[in-house]
Design a protein around this ligand. Structure first.
Ligand SMILES: NC(=O)c1ccc[n+]([C@@H]2O[C@H](COP(=O)([O-])OP(=O)(O)OC[C@H]3O[C@@H](n4cnc5c(N)ncnc54)[C@H](OP(=O)(O)O)[C@@H]3O)[C@@H](O)[C@H]2O)c1
Length: 250
């Protein structure tokens, strides 16, 4: 299947469809270390899911950028709710992505870091058994001891907080391990915690031309920051009515 055409609207509209190299140049722009990027897809009316999953929102262009962003990070961080809902498997990128990552001086595969307080994660699942790199489980002091020990057999367990994972402590712990390019794929409760902790450096948001209504979650739900976090627009891409927005912390 050929790549879905993606054009640039801002800055300066580009006449030609963007190549993978163009897209990489637009997104490969960490301005500090550590750098926390978050990626979401939303409907026009703000829904983060259709029938409980994000799959009904993202089209080919969203998938293209979703895959590209996995090429540009050291670690992919995901909340346990999303891992369970979306049925995540191992964090394994394809051969082309491995080559691109290695060419850029990164490990062949990103590390998979799962954030969970309750540790209702199956150590026998493909997330762990099929992992090309030992995953991380980021949890709390209060996490159930038995589950923690079981997961420690298949993952490195990082304790970053008492009852909930403290995002600032998590970012510091990841950076200490050399994982400074941090890419978060959600979900909404983890994102709200990252916002409230003031650690978000970038949001990549795909806006799909759909109206979903209903009671679906927004892309951030739960914790509230003292003051809303302000980001500035880095680019707007258009793929047949789907907008690919990139906002960064000034
Ligand atoms: N539109 C999109 O781009 C997008 C992206 C991602 C997900 N989603 C959707 O979002 C839905 C899931 O929403 P969600 O809010 O439940 O997702 P979530 O934030 O991934 O999961 C929440 C769970 O993650 C863990 N967690 C998150 N922050 C934590 C913290 N600071 N400390 C400790 N544990 C923390 C907890 O797991 P434990 O319960 O194990 O303690 C918590 O119950 C799914 O329907 C998914 O499809 C949509």
């Amino acid at each position: 299947m050929s790549d879905p055409a993606i054009g640039r609207l801002h800055p300066l509209p580009a006449a030609d469809a963007l190549t993978d190299g163009d897209l990489t140049a637009l997104y490969d722009d960490p301005r500090r270390a550590p750098w926390v990027r978050v990626n979401f897809v939303s409907s026009l009316d703000g829904a983060a899911t259709v029938q409980g999953l994000s799959a009904g929102l993202g089209g080919d262009a969203d998938h293209r950028v979703f895959d590209l962003l996995r090429r540009l990070c050291d670690v992919v961080v995901v909340g346990a709710g999303t891992v369970r809902a979306e049925g995540y498997g191992a964090m394994r990128v394809d051969r082309a992505a491995q080559r691109a990552r290695e060419g850029a001086g990164l490990a062949a595969h990103p590390v998979f870091a799962i954030v969970s307080a309750h540790l209702e994660l199956d150590p026998g699942s493909a997330v762990f058994t099929d992992a090309p790199v030992r995953p991380l489980v980021v949890t709390t002091e209060a996490a159930p001891r038995r589950q923690r020990e079981a997961l420690a057999a298949v993952a490195d367990v990082l304790v970053c907080g008492v009852d909930r994972v403290d995002p600032a402590a998590m970012v510091a712990a990841l950076a200490d391990r050399g994982l400074a390019r941090i890419h978060c794929e959600g979900g909404p409760h983890l994102f709200a915690d990252l916002i409230a902790a003031g650690v978000v450096d970038e949001l990549c948001l795909t806006v799909s031309p759909l109206l979903v209504a209903g009671t679906a979650s927004r892309i951030a739900a739960g914790a509230t920051p003292d003051v809303p976090l302000e980001l500035e627009l880095a680019h707007v891409l258009n793929a047949d009515g789907t907008l690919l927005l990139r906002y960064v912390r000034p």
